[in-house]
Design a protein around this ligand. Structure first.
Ligand SMILES: [Zn+2]
Length: 285
């Protein structure tokens, strides 16, 4: 019900919190900066810096609640961000979900209602010198470490070729099938424990990876609609060279391949590698 989350709750740690079904906030981040809200003096913990956010209604997902609050308080259009993960701070009887996001193109936050004095980009370094909302201060070290957002690079020829299911008769269709399965992963996300390098995601309760699928040969004719989290790169020549190019654009990526030569090149670039079997398990097929 609209607004049914409004109300105070006392958590198991004895704090008073706003939000009968918990609360959610949006953390928009680039490599250098984050969007923060300077809270109005009259509000709870007034004068501190925190995230645009508020009470979650009973019918809302945490993502929906965070995006609604960010629109109400900071004028942020949900189309101008892409969700990358969720961090949950569970106090017992009340929890706060920080929804992590990256800006898609230009994004200028504004103070859109009376709950903020100001909403603006702050550099990541500056956050350490601001007076933070106590909840945000608690979670910031984990949030700060969860960057860059998860990114998978798929060696499509190698992944498709890892299963002897007759793909060689239908290379283009097999690439399309893989694309459609990856689109489901991009939209529904993954549990952080299933990520190949779970140590990076301490404290996160959900991941929404960006996925780049690199195709070559016959499969490079693959034509698919634009997807905000799933990009197809058709290699001009060598698929391996194209994958190395994508790693350079996205440091910290995980490459999915069993190709020994490519694994060595990826290792030299300090990116991570995982085999196709991991991906098939994540896809659930
Ligand atoms: Zn609490």
């Amino acid at each position: 019900m609209l607004g049914d989350g409004d109300g105070w709750v006392t958590c198991a740690r004895g704090h008073r919190h706003w939000g009968r079904y918990g609360a959610a906030g949006l953390l928009i981040r680039t490599a250098e900066a984050v969007v923060l809200q300077h809270r109005a003096p009259w509000s709870h913990h007034g004068g501190t810096w925190g995230l645009p956010g508020g009470a979650r209604d009973s019918h809302e997902s945490v993502g929906t609640a965070a995006l609604r609050e960010a629109a109400e308080e900071a004028g942020i259009d949900s189309g101008s961000v892409r969700l990358t993960g969720v961090h949950t701070a569970d106090h017992g009887g009340w929890s706060y979900a920080t929804v992590l996001a990256e800006a898609v193109g230009e994004l200028t936050p504004v103070s859109a209602n009376a709950e903020s004095v100001e909403v603006r980009w702050q550099t990541v370094q500056a956050v350490d010198h601001l007076t933070l909302h106590p909840g945000f201060a608690d979670t910031w070290p984990a949030l700060r470490a969860a960057f860059p957002p998860p990114h998978l690079i798929i060696d499509a020829a190698n992944v498709v070729g890892s299963r002897p299911d007759g793909w060689w008769h239908r290379r283009l269709a097999a690439a399309r099938d893989l694309h459609d399965q990856l689109a489901v992963v991009a939209e529904s996300g993954l549990e952080p424990d299933s990520w190949p390098k779970p140590g990076r995601n301490v404290g996160l309760s959900w991941l929404y990876p960006r996925i780049t699928m690199v195709v070559e040969g016959t499969a490079s004719r693959l034509s698919v609609p634009v997807h905000p989290s799933l990009r197809v790169v058709a290699a001009d020549g060598s698929g391996d060279d194209a994958i190395v190019g994508v790693i350079r654009e996205h440091p910290g990526s995980v490459v999915v391949t069993a190709d020994r030569e490519l694994r060595q090149r990826v290792g030299a670039l300090h990116a991570d590698v995982v085999g196709p079997r991991w991906l098939w398990t994540a896809i659930g097929s």
